[in-house]
Each structure stands twice: as structure tokens, then as C-alpha cells.
Design a protein around this ligand. Sequence first.
Ligand SMILES: C[S@@+](CC[C@H](N)C(=O)[O-])C[C@H]1O[C@@H](n2cnc3c(N)ncnc32)[C@H](O)[C@@H]1O
Length: 234
Amino acid sequence: MDPTPTTERRLAWVERVLAAPPNVHANAPDGTAWMTEESCYRYMARQVEEGSRTLETGVGVSTVLFAAWECDHLAVFPYAHEATPVENYCDEHGISRRSLSFDLRPSEIALPTLAGATPFDLVFIDGCHGFPSPIIDWFYGAGLLRKGGVVVFDDINLPQVGWLLRTFIESDQRWETVTRTSKWGAFRRLSEGPLGEEWFDQPFFPPAPTKVIRRTRDLVPLSIKRPLRRFVNT
Ligand SMILES: C[S@@+](CC[C@H](N)C(=O)[O-])C[C@H]1O[C@@H](n2cnc3c(N)ncnc32)[C@H](O)[C@@H]1O
């Protein structure tokens, strides 16, 4: 392979790793790893370069790719047994682990301790998908993005992830929607620093539904609401 870290070389890694993914998640549909869409990996391949500072919650194909792309990469996930296959895969495929590090703690414990770290260029949120984990990952992880850096969310079709986008990020001028599919989305940060702030700094926040809307909603039986919600969130 061309030793020059070009975009083409990074895209070639995407193809190569997806053709034979690491066996990280035994419970994944194909028994190898839970993955996002190829277009997401290709987007990130174009977004980073050698030495980019990258952070992800969770581990898998994405981790191998960040290592292959020679990013200065930190993966935060709690299960040591998921680290070994990634390390083995890198060693077997000539991918250096020099700039790859793991923090083997749940992201909700690990990320707050990173406060004050050198800002990241890209943060990939794909760890625990139960509410409010994606929000915690965004608050602490994307709070460490440099101005102009990008946060990428996988599984935005899940309400636990999509809710944050719909109620906040997409209305906040300090975030620019870069690209999205029904499964993943990328958002550029136009501000910098920690994300904590007061309610009066968020005039764009959508108002809570009025009493009339809430009461009308309550009249719709759950048996209709649930399938409707699923439909809206796909
Ligand atoms: C969907 S998989 C990640 C897939 C990976 N990004 C890829 O492209 O192959 C979700 C990962 O999140 C990890 N995880 C679960 N709970 C977590 C938590 N509290 N903090 C960080 N990671 C967590 C799981 O162990 C799993 O490795």
C-alpha cells in the first residue's frame, strides 16, 4: 500500500476492513461486529488525517479504522474482552497501535475525567444507546471538540439518539448539520469549550407542548401511538 496517508488510502482501509471485519461483538447480527453504514466510515475517512485527534465511545470496526488511519485515537468502552480482538486484528493486518489508546470504563465515568484535555478534531458517539447515554457522551465528548471539529452520531434513528438532535442540536446555531442519513449524522461545532450553560443561553430551545396539545395527545390510545412513533423514528 502507498505509505502516503492520502484520503484514497484511508478509503481503501474502509473497504478492506469491511470485507473482513474484526470479531468484536459476538452478539452482532453477522457474529463479527455491530457496524454503522459504510458511508459513515467513508465520511470519517475523508474528515481525518494522520495525527488527527479522535475520540469514540464504544469499540469495533471504527476503532480499527481510526488506528489504520493513524489518528491519535482514544476509544472509551467498559469491556476488556472487546479490546483484545481489536488489538489482535491490528497486529495481524499490519496496523500500528502506536497512537491507539483505550479507556476501559463506561463513557459516563470516563468522559467527565477528560475535562481540560487537548481538544479533539472528531468525536464518534456509538457506545451505550440507552437514554441518556448518548446525551452524556455528547455533553462531555463533544464538549471537548475544537471549534470546527465534528461530532458523528450513529443510530440517530433510535429515539434515544434522535431526540437530542431534534430538540437541541438542529435548532442551535452553534452546530451545523454537515451530513446525515436515516442511520447516522455529522454535525460541525461552531463554538468551543465545555457545553454546560444556563437555560437563558438557549432561546432556540423548542417550547414544551401546551396543555391543550398534551391533553389531545393523551386521548390517543397507546396502541396507536407506539407504531406511529416507530414509523416517525425510522
Ligand atoms: C454499536 S457498538 C460500537 C460499534 C463500533 N462503533 C463499530 O463501528 O463497529 C457499541 C459499543 O458500545 C460499547 N458500550 C456499551 N456500554 C458502554 C458505555 N457505558 N460506555 C462506552 N461504551 C459502551 C459496547 O461494548 C460496544 O462495543
